[in-house]
Design a protein around this ligand. Structure first.
Ligand code: TYD
Length: 208
């Protein structure tokens, strides 16, 4: 069988409730991948494209029906896949995305209580073939996440949600991690940054 050349890149996503510490660790993972001489694309959702960033503004700050919110994050995702993710993977680059569809399950599904079957339908419609090769879930208890959210900056619509919302979002993330153990790696994000880095280095080194 003839393989593709260049070999398809890897798609890695980072998830966790707000305050789990994901942003710090994405930068470290990007350095690990770059150190291997691999072309790297770092991106985020909602966002990742000019249109996606406009949708992000609406999703993060505008009150709306929960299904409108889900449709907008998937609209942003559709654009992100077409403009950024697929072209990068096709040319052999690795894509690191700060959130992807698991966040829709956790936030719109778990947090807001939207029917998970509808989210599954949107996922199957928008990316029937594409799932991350690896999803790193930064898991922390609510109190820890809350304490980490910088009290001095203005909180967006999601960050202002109550404990119940994040409890449900965290539970949905953990449920998905248990459902797809091959794809997920769950990191106990109450550990020190150094301890987490050791784990991340091992996880990234495994990827070929
Ligand atoms: P986040 O990734 O936490 O970025 P920042 O570090 O700048 O706050 O913010 C994105 C927010 O969007 C987050 O609160 C979760 C939310 N979100 C959804 O509700 N559904 C989705 O599908 C995605 C991708 C994000």
């Amino acid at each position: 069988m003839t393989g593709h050349f260049p070999p398809r890149g890897k798609f890695i996503t980072f998830e966790g409730i707000d305050g789990a510490g994901k942003s710090t660790h994405i930068r470290y993972c990007a350095d690990l991948v770059a150190a291997r001489g691999i072309e790297l694309v770092s991106s985020r959702e909602p966002g990742g494209t000019p249109l996606g960033e406009k949708l992000r503004e609406l999703v993060l700050h505008e009150p709306m029906h929960l299904e409108t919110e889900a449709l907008l994050v998937f609209a942003s995702r559709r654009e992100h896949i077409a403009q950024v993710i697929e072209p990068a993977l096709a040319r052999g680059a690795w894509v690191l995305s700060d959130r992807f569809t698991d966040a829709s399950f956790a936030y719109q599904g778990g947090g807001r209580g939207m029917d998970l079957v509808k989210i599954e339908t949107l996922a199957n419609w928008v990316h029937p073939e594409l799932w991350p090769d690896l999803t790193i879930l930064f898991d922390v208890p609510l109190e820890v996440a809350r304490a980490r959210l910088d009290a001095t900056r203005t909180l967006d619509k999601f960050e202002q949600e109550k404990a119940d919302f994040f409890l449900a979002a965290r539970n949905e993330y953990l449920r998905r991690a248990a459902q797809y153990p091959e794809r997920f790696r769950v990191i106990d994000s109450t550990q020190t940054i150094e301890a987490i880095r050791v784990q991340l280095a091992a996880i990234v080194a495994e990827l070929r």
